[in-house]
Design a protein around this ligand. Structure first.
Ligand code: TYD
Ligand code: MG
Length: 478
């Protein structure tokens, strides 16, 4: 929006002259910084064109409270010793969805507010509607500001769960939603999405920073007062973080993100913040025609079922959060097709691939500078765990020499710049997962073998110190 300087002079005149109290501010929609005047660039986050004029209300949360001390705090908010405080937080409601229980830290805590963010179309509404349907016989209020009643009914028809206690409302006004909560006394509330909601107390448009902040604050207050757990859907912006002010993530108890690859049916729920549990947990689902299916044994989906032996394929025992996961790493090494050797990696950091190829070239003498190298992590997974280094290097050498690796062999070690095999975190659960899936041998760092706890007798744990030792054992005499 282009505005003339004259426009601002007139509009801001009362503020500058001190004739009236400031009632509007220009708020950055990216970071929430307030400015008295409009300007092209936000002074907080340096974003361009992100300032929007919003009316400020003195009753908004964050402004000074008018409550008089002395009277109001005597009863409920009076300070008391820790030992006298009753906890309701440990009474969690276990849902039938084991993946959701896991990411929430062991079930739904009464009065907790959970925010779920994710790309459009990834399945946030499906996940929450499915959860609401599964929570029978609890009374659920599902408020949608995005879809019509019949669209929600159609979606529910695809999901194979029934819940007669699920009440659906298509409403966007916070005051009315709070009335519904008063009258209907639901046991769980779902709001889809917080960016479509607005409160009458503020005049700016739904989705603007102050609307989102104030609407969330009012919902949270109600959830806490009544002990009703609440789930909020949050849109994400182009940078991938939840749209609106960062303060939204500070206000809620739990922040989950729902991620996945557009071309793949697997979806991962990650815990980014959790006041009631670990943030290391992930939940894995598969998007099916009948809604989301829980994936309780994720390793199986990331390993291909083929019995044939191919060169360039190696299995790595990685960790996703707290869960061990066996993933297949595929490499294709072929003589350079054009003037420059190509390097490409799907699901793996390209810089780390270049580093590992340089280690192979310099420390082990493989001539990879004249080869194109392509890496793929199957299942659309993105792996950042350094423990995949050794499997990746073996996949590259396997493809280079066209020598398949024994499919019953797994790898779990980092590779250092001098070609040394380095130790990694949480080795025992990785070995246990590999043993559970029938792997017979796992290569790990020699330095870790001595301190290793008890592991399954079905798998041979081979400690190696240098890359040459690995190649000798895996490919024989390399
Ligand atoms: P949706 O929950 O609407 O995503 P969001 O709320 O995050 O925008 O998910 C929509 C996608 O999920 C849509 O592309 C269709 C797909 N889908 C299925 O594959 N199976 C199903 O049973 C449902 C309900 C949706
Ligand atoms: Mg949706």
């Amino acid at each position: 929006m282009i505005r003339s300087p004259f426009h601002f002079r007139i509009r801001n005149l009362p503020y500058i002259c001190g004739m009236a109290k400031i009632k509007t501010a220009f708020i950055c929609q990216e970071c929430g910084t307030q400015h008295i005047k409009w300007q092209g660039q936000c002074s907080g986050c340096q974003a361009w064109g992100s300032l929007v004029e919003e009316k400020l209300d003195p009753r908004m949360s964050g402004s000074k409270s008018s409550a008089k001390p002395g009277k109001s705090w005597t009863m409920k908010s009076a300070p008391k010793p820790l030992s006298e405080i009753e906890t309701s937080q440990e009474i969690r409601h276990l849902t039938p969805d084991a993946e959701m229980n896991r990411v929430l830290g062991g079930g739904i805590v009464p009065g907790s507010v959970t925010l779920i963010g994710g790309e459009p179309g990834i399945g946030k509404s499906t996940l929450l509607l499915q959860l609401a349907l599964q929570l029978a016989p609890l009374n659920i209020l599902y408020v949608s500001g995005e879809e019509s009643e019949s669209q929600i009914k159609m979606r529910a028809g695809r999901i194979a769960y029934q819940n007669d206690n699920l009440l659906v409302a298509t409403e966007t006004l916070i005051e009315r939603i709070l009335d519904f909560m008063d009258e209907l006394a639901p046991q769980v509330v779902v709001i889809d999405s917080i960016q479509t909601m607005y409160t009458e107390q503020i005049e700016s448009a739904p989705g603007s920073v102050s609307q989102v902040r104030e609407s969330t604050a009012r919902l949270i207050r109600q959830a806490k007062d009544r002990g009703i757990p609440m789930f909020l859907v949050g849109h994400i912006n182009k940078e991938g973080s939840i749209a609106g002010p960062k303060v939204l993530e500070h206000m809620v108890d739990t922040v989950l993100t729902f991620e996945g690859d557009q071309h793949n049916s697997y979806r991962i729920v990650r815990t980014n913040k959790n006041r009631f549990g670990s943030t290391m947990e992930i939940g894995i689902y598969e998007m099916m025609a009948q809604g989301l299916r829980e994936v309780s044994n994720p390793s199986e989906i990331f390993l291909s079922a083929s019995d044939e032996q191919f060169s360039g394929v190696c299995i790595s025992a990685t960790m996703e959060g707290m869960r061990p996961l066996l993933v297949e790493i595929q490499a294709l090494v072929s003589p350079m097709a054009y003037g420059n050797a190509q390097r490409s990696a799907t699901g793996f950091d390209l810089r780390r691939l270049n580093m590992l190829l340089a280690v192979l070239e310099k420390r082990c003498g493989f001539k990879l500078g004249v080869q194109d190298v392509f890496i793929n992590i199957t299942g659309g997974l993105k792996v950042e765990d350094p423990a995949v280094d050794l499997a990746l290097i073996c996949a590259v050498i396997s493809s280079l020499h066209d020598l398949p690796v024994d499919p019953a062999t797994a790898f779990a070690a980092e590779v250092g710049l001098s070609g040394e095999i380095r130790s990694i975190s949480r080795l025992e659960p990785r070995i246990a997962e590999a043993a559970k899936l029938g792997f017979k041998t796992i290569f790990v760092a020699k330095s870790q073998v001595a301190s290793l706890g008890k592991v399954s007798a079905d798998i041979e744990v081979v400690g190696v110190g240098k890359l040459e030792e690995v190649f000798r054992r895996v490919f024989g005499g390399e």
